[in-house]
Design a protein around this ligand. Structure first.
Ligand code: LLP
Length: 395
């Protein structure tokens, strides 16, 4: 049944392997950012890899636990952790936590147990703005995330004075869908300065995490972010920067989300109707803003292809819309003029932030997720049933 999110096993495996190579050859600590897409079957793939898991909610943590990922391989994120989540951190259900602000530091200090100190990283807002969509930019003065540079020393001092905390590193994340190594290069010396000052203050730091954000181009065959060369530069700059400051080079950490799952995912839709309004041709499909909100939210492009047959017909501009009760345009693209009800349309690069941001708007059920490869498929997440939609309604 459609809509369906299909995850290409080979692409997923290749993306994971690409980051595993950085773990193995460069000693980089890589955690998959589960917010991009997470369910037990996918978490199991992460568990079987050399990657750790970055979780930012009770739900993501439970998913990692259900997949059997050891606490030491999970790190807890978020700028507004609830009491329950901080409790999960303090009770050792994750190996590390990235603390976003002072109130959280205080709350954690109260929950922490000196017999089993919590490994803490401080999220630093370096003030560097990545050139990406404003909604997904997380560094810079207009962003709510992290300690401002001027606040890091006080946070370090507070953590050092808390017996239940062990300060192990600094963290920064600049934004998402970044295609340029420059913002990473620009924030590195700023972070290294803060890192060196924290060492000087007596913090036993070992780690510097630069976050995720590596862009995935939605145009088939387009050049991707050159991860390997960006990382090579960062590793060299890190070593040189550490030497210049007279400190040991920290272990580098990365948190890719999109670059692991985006291009592995394809959303499949059935065309319900073809219609014309004035000069515009519409194809209405059996999904929309509920299962695929990124076009509406970020103006995201997901490349469409006719998936159930080949067509020699000429192409014409077609506006593909969902079936929600509003203008939920998914994409405008050239598609065969003979596109007809019953045809299957595939929208590419929907592995990241599509299912994970899906809703039940219009009380539509969320789609199923299937791993696909080598002529067979395995269900990863069942399609929601009508009963699921009513599950929480009080009768
Ligand atoms: N680390 C932290 C602390 C993050 O906040 C994020 C993403 C990542 C890592 C992973 O970033 P990635 O490698 O996936 O770019 N919903 C938006 C994207 C929001 C990204 C949020 N943070 C979208 O659909 O484009």
């Amino acid at each position: 049944a459609t809509p369906l999110l299909a995850l290409d096993d080979d692409v997923l495996a290749a993306n994971i392997a690409r980051f595993e190579a950085l773990v193995r050859t460069r000693g980089i600590d890589v955690c998959y950012a589960g917010k991009a897409l997470l369910f037990v079957g996918l978490a199991r793939r992460i568990d079987a890899s050399a990657l750790g898991l970055d979780v930012c909610s009770q739900g993501e943590l439970l998913t990692g636990e259900a997949a059997g990922i050891a606490p030491a391989r999970m790190v807890f994120h978020g700028c507004g952790k609830t009491h329950d989540e901080l409790d999960a951190v303090a009770s050792g259900r994750v190996g590390r936590v990235v603390v976003d602000h002072h109130d959280e530091l205080r709350a954690l200090a109260n929950l922490a147990n000196a017999a089993r100190p919590i490994k803490v990283l401080l999220r630093v807002n370096t003030g560097i703005e990545a050139h990406t969509h404003a909604y997904v930019r997380t560094g810079g003065e207009e962003s709510k995330f992290g300690f401002p540079l001027g606040g890091v020393a006080a946070a370090v001092a507070f953590a050092l004075a808390s017996p239940g905390m062990r300060l192990v590193g600094l963290h920064s994340h600049l934004g998402s869908q970044i295609f340029d190594a420059a913002p990473y290069d620009a924030s590195l010396p700023i972070l290294l300065d803060a890192y060196a000052r924290a060492l000087e203050a007596g913090a036993p730091l070992t780690d510097l995490v630069l976050g995720g954000g590596f862009g995935v181009d939605p145009i088939p065959g387009a050049a991707r972010f050159d991860l390997e060369s960006a990382v090579a530069t960062l590793v060299a700059d890190l070593a040189a920067g550490a030497r210049a400051r007279g400190i040991a080079a920290p272990r580098l950490g990365l948190e890719p989300g999109r670059s692991i799952v985006a291009d592995a995912g394809t959303s499949l839709y059935r065309v319900i109707a073809i219609k014309h309004q004035g000069a515009r041709k519409f194809a209405i499909v059996d999904g929309g803003i509920a299962d695929n909100p990124r076009p509406a939210l970020y103006g995201a492009y997901h490349h469409p292809t006719l998936a159930n047959r080949t067509s020699d017909a000429a192409s014409e501009e077609t506006t593909v819309c969902g079936r929600s009760c509003e203008n939920d345009r998914l994409v405008v693209a050239d598609l065969p003029v003979d596109l007809a009800p019953g045809d299957l349309l595939a929208l590419g690069t929907t592995g990241a932030y599509t299912y994970s941001m899906a809703s039940n708007y219009n009380r539509f059920p969320r789609p199923a997720i299937a791993f696909a490869g080598a002529g067979k498929h395995v269900l990863g997440v069942r399609r929601e049933a009508s009963a699921d939609l009513l599950r929480n309604d009080v009768r």
